[in-house]
Design a protein around this ligand. Structure first.
Ligand code: HEC
Length: 222
């Protein structure tokens, strides 16, 4: 029994030494890793063969049919339908019949619409829509429409959308800065502000607004 016990101790000691040596070897070997890359066991996982969407690739030459760009005529999920009226006088006329596809904005959405207007439009049209933005008062851009005037208060939303989408004279196109939905949101904001700001000017001083209108449109011809 006793002999057996000592033999066991010896066996444990040998085993312990072996384990210690093995772990030392492993630790020092891994210190070497700076000079040599470790072994790659699953290269397919380490080095992905995935392709970036819309980025150039050579799949076609390998006979793999991969649709690189969105199919023509398709739209993003949840996106509004494209605006199809042409950028000419006939398109401008027809735009009057285009209706706002969005439901009336709630207060949060209206706050966002105001933010978009102040960023993109107020620089010319002014935060109060009266063409007193810094680019107007600074004289950098002429003929800026005073959106509180009757002709703009009465302007159909579709026409506004048309002009914002394609641009008009000194106003550039907003098609790349604002999504279709954002453009309609901004128009709802403009209309709500026109109701609040323009109504008084419009109904009580129709003669004044008439003369201002002439001034505005003559400026626009410059
Ligand atoms: C660089 C200055 C500038 C900015 C920025 C600008 N506009 Fe204009 N906007 C103009 C000028 C100038 C006109 C007058 C165009 C004309 O009739 O000659 C105009 C006209 C308009 C009209 C009348 C369009 C029509 O058919 O007569 C609307 C509506 C309008 N702007 C809305 C906006 C909105 C909304 C934004 C922001 C998304 C915006 N504008 C940004 C300069 C600007």
């Amino acid at each position: 029994m006793v002999g057996n016990y000592f033999w066991n101790m010896k066996k444990i000691k040998i085993l312990f030494t072996l384990i210690l040596t093995a772990s030392f070897v492993t630790v020092f070997q891994s210190c070497d890793s700076k000079r040599e890359p470790g072994k790659t066991y699953m290269p397919d996982m380490a080095y992905s063969r995935a392709y970036q969407a819309y980025a150039p690739n050579d799949l076609q030459t390998e006979g793999i049919n991969y649709v690189q760009y969105p199919v023509e005529g398709t739209i993003r999920r949840g996106d509004l339908l494209p605006y199809t009226l042409p950028n000419d006088s006939a398109g401008y006329k027809m735009s009057a019949d285009i209706e706002d596809p969005l439901p009336p904005l709630d207060s949060t959405q209206m706050a966002e619409a105001q933010r978009l207007f102040n960023i993109n439009c107020a620089i010319c049209h002014g935060p109060k829509l009266d063409a007193q933005g810094p680019l107007a008062t600074g004289g950098k851009i002429g003929g800026i429409a005073n959106l509180t005037l009757r002709q703009y208060v009465e302007m159909p939303v579709g026409t506004m959308f048309h002009s914002i989408t394609y641009g008009k004279n000194n106003m550039g196109s907003y098609a790349s800065q604002l999504t279709r939905e954002q453009r309609w949101m901004v128009i709802q904001y403009v209309k709500s502000q026109q109701l609040q700001l323009g109504a008084a000017v419009d109904s009580t001083k129709s003669a004044d607004s008439g003369s201002a209108m002439t001034k505005d449109s003559s400026m626009a011809k410059k």
